[in-house]
Design a protein around this ligand. Structure first.
Ligand SMILES: [Zn+2]
Ligand SMILES: [Zn+2]
Length: 311
């Protein structure tokens, strides 16, 4: 005979020889028996069930009698239930109602039941009751106005617009920060802007020394840099080129294309206001060909400028 598949609890049961009723446990050919008295589990259960059926009235009467002698008042019962819930809450298994909301959450906070799923969603994002109610109000208002509810992206956008409207100072700060960031990005990626900025700062320096310096267009600078193969005119290194004045502005050098060559940062700083040829000849990377090139190219543009001015 096939026995019932009771769960084997090793603290209570063990498998031993087949019982007289032939209660075979999971086709093992053995019966599940109690460790305490060695009796077949199924036989015992069937026996107590038969006993209960036979003495049903008696058992019920006995239970009622016990309950009468040990009355649980309503207050005690509530306290017991609350203690149970508290325990569950601490263990993280607090009783939740539909949509996983805490039990009684909607009724306690006076929210209509048809918002349950939305409330559960918002609660899941870590919002508190006030925020949730605000959002529900907002959504229902929009629902009336435009006939459909907004997507999350639209809601965020609306909320952002409202925030800017109410906090102009915050908006101004945000935008100035954004603009700075944008300019910085542009400065890092836009060669013309970089050239323009450097040219402007040198031009201001020349103007502060009383020169009549005019703006040199980025195209002219780029042409000049190309004449040196976009390398440092002194050492020949590649990289970001500085605008180098062969005769330094502090030594009354002109802020003019005829006085400008490309130079790497190191050469630019190293030369500073020294005489170009003296300084260059003392460098380890001195190269006669490059010195010739510098003199030739700057002289040609100086001649061109002069002939343009004269003729
Ligand atoms: Zn049995
Ligand atoms: Zn260099």
């Amino acid at each position: 005979m096939m026995g019932k598949a009771y769960t084997l609890d090793e603290r209570k049961h063990h498998l031993a020889h087949l019982c007289a009723q032939g209660h075979d446990w999971n086709n093992t050919g053995k019966s599940l028996r109690y460790l305490s008295n060695g009796k077949c589990v199924q036989c015992q259960k069937e026996r107590s069930s038969r006993h209960y059926q036979r003495n049903r009235e008696l058992v019920i009467a006995r239970t009622r009698e016990w309950q009468r002698q040990n009355p649980i008042t309503s207050a005690e019962n509530v306290a017991r239930v609350n203690a149970y819930r508290q325990k569950q809450k601490e263990q993280g298994t607090y009783v939740r109602s539909r949509y996983g909301l805490p039990y009684g959450f909607l009724s306690e906070n006076d929210i209509p039941a048809n918002y349950a799923s939305r409330v559960a969603e918002l609660l899941g994002r870590g919002m508190n009751v006030h925020e949730i109610k605000d959002i529900l109000d907002f959504e229902s208002k929009y629902l009336e106005k435009i006939g459909y509810s907004l997507t999350v992206a639209q809601l965020v956008h609306e909320e952002q617009k409202r925030y800017w409207r109410e906090n102009p100072e915050a908006r101004r700060l945000h935008e100035s920060k954004q603009n700075k960031h944008r300019l910085r990005l542009r400065y890092m990626t836009d060669e013309s802007l970089r050239l323009y900025n450097r040219e402007k700062s040198k031009r201001r320096k020349a103007q502060n020394r009383g020169q009549i310096a005019v703006a040199i267009p980025a195209s002219a600078l780029r042409r000049r840099f190309n004449e040196f193969g976009n390398c440092c005119a002194y050492c020949g290194n590649r990289g970001f080129m500085q605008i180098e004045h062969v005769i330094a502005i502090c030594n009354d050098g002109l802020h003019d294309i005829s006085n400008i060559v490309p130079a790497c940062l190191r050469c630019n700083y190293s030369k500073g206001r020294k005489d170009m040829e003296d300084w260059y000849r003392s460098q380890a990377f001195f190269c006669q060909a490059r010195l010739d090139a510098i003199q030739r190219i700057t002289a040609i543009s100086a001649d061109t400028q002069l002939s343009l001015a004269v003729g």
